[in-house]
Design a protein around this ligand. Structure first.
Ligand code: NDP
Length: 285
């Protein structure tokens, strides 16, 4: 088969663009006397969480957002955490509140998420944020799917009228992704582990978003020629290299555009977190 080379959607470049735009905005806001502040709470010292929290702090520094770090010990009680969130909810000088997940098992994650003021819910996980997205009202959107919309738009890929298939229906990726594609006027199908004949469904997609959590599961048999393929998965292979949910080598030659792993969706998540922090100022005004 002779195919055109697929466009490689560069998440590093696009995320840097977004952060640079935000940096300019934040510096203007500062000049007008408004500072943007994000509070980041981590409970316990899970190494992966520490890396994520570190990256968020770095991004804040880059963009010019003040970050307050709360590194709480593993044995922190649910009440102590809820009290801290209540205090941060009440502070006028704090715009965004982020609780790094997962939390230790003795703390009820849902209760914690629901305790965050929806106007400060920069992760977009609060039921009110999810509901607002669903009915088209202003609110925070989960960062990874919001980043994917930016990747598509900034790569000149039209969503309106397209057959969009999302594999995965998690609360943080699949479901908000489907809602966002719908908001952009895509015709959206959500596939999951109970979908019959997955290949038949995914082959309909002009835009295929894969958030299945299975390394290299999606080979070219799942993909229509010329489709746009967005790979949300991140896995560390035995040789320490990263790979996605899509078998990139196999799929890239037949699609029109594709995100690599690493350097595709990954860098967008933090850029959109920064975007949500900046937006929070308007939402609170
Ligand atoms: P989840 O494990 O929560 O969800 C996986 C989804 O895939 C589920 O809805 C599940 O269906 C579905 N699924 C599982 N197996 C199959 C199958 N064989 N066929 C069809 N559907 C299937 O994962 P997340 O949504 O949290 O994350 C997905 C991937 O994205 C992971 O690799 C994760 O590491 C990565 N990720 C990357 C981020 C980034 O910033 N780049 C951010 C968040 C996640 P069912 O509901 O029926 O069980």
């Amino acid at each position: 088969m002779v195919a055109e080379m697929a466009q490689i959607i560069d998440g590093k470049v696009i995320s840097t663009q977004i952060k640079d735009e935000l940096k300019e905005k934040v510096s203007k806001m500062k000049a007008e006397g408004t500072e943007v502040t994000l509070a980041v709470i981590q409970v316990g010292a899970d190494p992966a969480s520490s890396v994520y929290v570190g990256n968020k702090k770095k991004a804040c520094e880059y963009v010019g957002i003040r970050s307050l770090a709360y590194e709480l010990p593993e044995e922190t009680t649910e009440k102590e955490l809820l009290d801290l969130i209540a205090e941060l909810n009440g502070r006028k000088d704090v715009n965004g509140i982020l609780v790094q997940l997962p939390l230790p098992s003795h703390i009820d994650e849902d209760k914690v998420i629901q305790s965050i003021d929806p106007k400060k819910d920069v992760d977009g996980f609060h039921p009110q944020s999810v509901g607002a997205l669903c009915i088209g009202q202003p609110g925070f959107v989960s960062c990874t799917p919001a980043g994917i919309i930016q990747l598509l738009k900034r790569s000149g890929i039209e969503i309106a009228g397209k057959e969009c298939v999302v594999i995965g229906r998690s609360n943080i990726v699949g479901k908000p992704m489907a809602l966002l594609l719908l908001r952009e006027n895509g015709t959206v199908t959500v596939a999951h582990s109970r979908t019959k004949d997955l290949k038949e469904v995914t082959k309909r997609a002009d835009i295929l978003v894969v958030a299945v959590g299975k390394p290299k599961m999606i080979t070219r048999e799942y993909v229509k020629e010329g489709a746009v393929v967005i790979d949300v998965g991140i896995h560390r292979m035995e040789n320490k290299k990263l790979c996605g949910d899509v078998d990139y080598e196999d799929v890239a030659p037949i699609c029109s555009a594709i995100t690599p792993v690493p350097g595709g969706v990954g860098p967008m998540t933090i850029a959109m977190l920064m975007n949500n922090c900046v937006e929070s100022v308007d939402l609170q005004a």
